[in-house]
Design a protein around this ligand. Structure first.
Ligand SMILES: Nc1ncnc2c1ncn2[C@@H]1O[C@H](COP(=O)(O)OP(=O)(O)OP(=O)(O)O)[C@@H](O)[C@H]1O
Ligand SMILES: [Mg+2]
Length: 241
């Protein structure tokens, strides 16, 4: 579904992403981990059309989409959430999600029906009429997922939707992601919470200084020396033992 071929992105003299290649097949749930500043979000920005890569190709269903704007890529079925959530604060939860749906649907009525469906899927029905800015952080992350889902993606990129959540909220969002995956959505998930990643991802790519340093199953990744040294740390290994 998505193929990256030696994708690079520089900011001035800084190489944020360096020749990253990866393959996502329909039905995959791929995890991306790595230290702060590893280039994870930048990679999402390149894939979703927010940045044009300085090198390499981004193939969606075999077609090079590098340089196409986000709304065009979204119409092809690929969308992402933002690490810093960006709802329209004064608009209701329902209207925020409806705006996502309008990316695909022409009629406001159809968009509203679609929004209601997605809001229910995301467990936000009780908050549908509330201004987005009044939501606590856990529900704001859900709203971010709902806005993305309303565009009807086939491939959804989630950028740290679990950050800052309490254990109950975390369990809820893991359950939601699992359900979406079981219903056929293909996902790429960036997350620092390793325990959650181990439960979710089938395969994990590890970025460090913009480069892929490892790729494998969660079990393989946690045994990988370079990953332990660059990111997980000895404490993690000891806790797993
Ligand atoms: N718009 C930008 N302009 C200049 N430098 C940037 C820009 N965006 C990111 N960077 C730099 O690129 C590198 C990769 O940043 P990125 O946000 O992709 O990391 P990340 O892996 O998502 O980190 P985190 O886990 O903290 O979210 C960092 O050194 C960052 O400072
Ligand atoms: Mg990031």
């Amino acid at each position: 579904m998505l193929t990256l071929e030696r994708v690079s992105k520089h900011f001035g003299g800084l190489t944020a992403v360096r020749e990253v290649s990866l393959e996502v097949r329909a039905g995959d749930l791929l995890g991306i981990i790595g230290p702060n500043g590893a280039g994870k979000t930048t990679l999402f920005n390149v894939i979703a059309g927010y940045y044009r890569p300085d090198g390499g190709r981004v193939l969606l269903d075999g077609r090079d989409v590098a340089g196409q704007p986000p709304h065009a890529i979204c119409r092809l079925g690929l969308t992402r959430t933002f690490q810093i959530v960006k709802p329209f604060g004064n608009l209701s939860v329902g209207d925020n999600v409806m705006i996502g749906a309008l990316n695909r649907l022409r009629s406001v009525r159809a968009a509203r029906v679609e929004a209601e469906r997605v809001i229910e899927t995301c467990g936000l029905t009780a908050q549908a009429g509330a201004p987005a800015k009044t939501l606590p952080v856990g529900l704001r992350k859900r709203l971010e997922v709902a806005r993305a889902l309303a565009t009807r993606p086939r491939l959804l990129l989630l950028d740290e939707v679990m950050a800052g959540l309490n254990p109950a909220e975390l369990a809820g969002i893991i359950e939601l992601i699992r359900r979406l995956h079981a219903d056929g959505l293909t996902l790429i998930v960036i997350e620092h919470i390793m325990a959650a990643m181990m439960r979710l991802a089938q395969r994990i790519v590890v970025l460090h200084h913009g480069e892929t340093i490892a790729e494998g199953t969660p079990a393989e990744i946690t045994r990988d020396r370079r990953v332990v040294d660059a990111y997980l740390g000895e404490e993690f290994v000891l806790a797993q033992a």
